[in-house]
Design a protein around this ligand. Sequence first.
Ligand code: WTA
Length: 651
Amino acid sequence: MTDPSGQIDHVLAESRTFPPPPEFTAKAVFSTMDQYEAAYRRAAEDRDGFWRDEATEHLHWFEPFQEVCRWQAPNAEWFVGGKTNASYNCLDRNIDAGRGDRTAIVWEGEPGDTRSLTYSELRTEVAKCAAALRELGVGVGDVVSVYMPMTPELAVTMLACARIGAIHSVIFAGFSAESIADRNNDAGAKVIVTADGLHRRGKVLPLKETVDEALAKSPTVQKCLVLRRVGQDGVSMQEGRDVWWHELVDKQSGDLPAVPLDSETTLFILYTSGSTGKPKGIRHTTAGYNLWAKRTFQWVFDHRDEDVYWCTADCGWITGHSYIVYGPLSAGATCLMYEGAPNHPAEDRFWELVEKYKVSVLYTAPTAIRAFIKWGDEHVEKHDLTSLRLLGSVGEGINPEAWMWYHRKIGNERCPIVDTWWQTETGGIMMSPLPGITATKPGSCTRPLPGVFPKIVDESGQPVEANHGGMLCIAEPWPGMLRGIWGDEERFIEQYWSKVPGMYLTGDNARQDEDGYYWIMGRIDDVINVSGHRLSTIEVESALVSHELVCEAAVVGRPDDLKGQAIAAFVTVRGGEPDEALRKELQQHVRNQIGALAQPDDLRFAAALPKTRSGKIMRRLLRDIAAGHEVVGDTSTLEDYSVLAKLRDED
Ligand code: WTA
């Protein structure tokens, strides 16, 4: 078993357990193991009955559904024949229940400006934005690209699309013009919503400029709606195409009702990296996804009315979709939303926010936790964190050292930690402790939620024994599962459903211990996880070889203390000796092609890449070299031994 993160030996030796504090259990949503086991059993034995009850109770239905689950692997339809609306479930349903004056979103911008929106106010904003989108020609089934800073308007835009049956495709605001154009074109986006810029670490990034560059290559996009966020001068607005948010949205009346939509109406697509060079548009639909996001939020974050909940993710990723927007808002939660960096103006910004807003539930990523450890405990100690009662982790495995620091320094040994395993494709959390009942083990996502049936199998699809690693699959359909890859049915089947017939292949390796706890052990494919961001090594390679001087490139992940994995690239070039200037140019080239998050941390020039006799690049070797390990294992098929020596000499 390969371990790209280099953390497994650590994890295998981990045997500490942390039972939930009794005072936490007393008030928890799941407060006894029996309750969990009964729910788990019912979902297994009577899938339709279990989900019928859940959907009936927890979603609003304009028209009731006739059938719970129509399943013909790999195609699932949930709540067939019903009509609902995710924006209605997030807004109107709470308002109808007399909760319109509750705070939905408290927001703080990086420069320190603040806003707060009640559920009623948020509905008005959403309805206005929905009406504006309609005026721009957006209707049911049209795709709207969204490239925005973490402002309330980002959530507003997503919910506005949902309100009128349009499909949002949120593109993380760190992606390049090239990436935006690729996504616009793949999705056939009709409109894009953006802002003049965003604040990041005290600087302003000119988002509109990037969008202009992208739109020059996005023939399907007809209109561009622009939020004034940073108030920059000289933003170019193209006559007939570009329109300011404050001119169009603000003049709408704000009473546009939610459109009743079939359960299986596409709610959004979200691009994520797979094992090829081209990101895939993961497609989620309305009712099943909405129910999954809501219930998993309530179960895992043990939602209570008095909570102030903060998920530090960006809405550009699935975590923001499910656990900033659809899950918490459906549950009527009060959510903190923050625009900027964790270390601006200083390294205590997060803890200042926790203290200021009395955050009770915090959901963040291991890469952030490792950065805080590095920055020093004094930034934490300056602040009163006693409002916290529950901590969450997502995006990559949390190494036991980071887990223990989170537990001690942030949770003061009182707050359970929920290490949540899931993926863009799963729509919401699949495996996680239930904080009132699960004894946690640092580094394990513990057990599956009700309705999730994991199986670990070997290469031939056979179940492996306890404590043996294997490919993690999910055996049964669940409401939040992806419904496909946008415009690419073949790839959907090939990627997720062909290797192990009848089961969803997650792409992760996992092991189950003697207590039935799951431990995620990295990917089985060429996907790497850099600061919790999924990237395909092949995507970065394609970006590199698109430079005229590059002949060949091989990209691998190497362990990194902060990022989890860093990107190492080995490149062969044509025409003379490569130099430092070319190295910089190639790094910039990757930024331009994909975005800053894909820029290689190491870029080494090589005379040739090590290959097998059949011409395959020997990635395992390159991983060892990138990690600075002695090259071990079988190198007998290496075509040219001298290549290996040359690569090593570069160190
Ligand atoms: C990894 C993010 C270990 C995993 C929600 C998965 C994790 C990929 C965990 C999905 C975790 C996410 N422990 N690994 N708790 N959470 N991963 O689509 O490899 O951005 O397949 O979704 O991140 O990344 P994605």
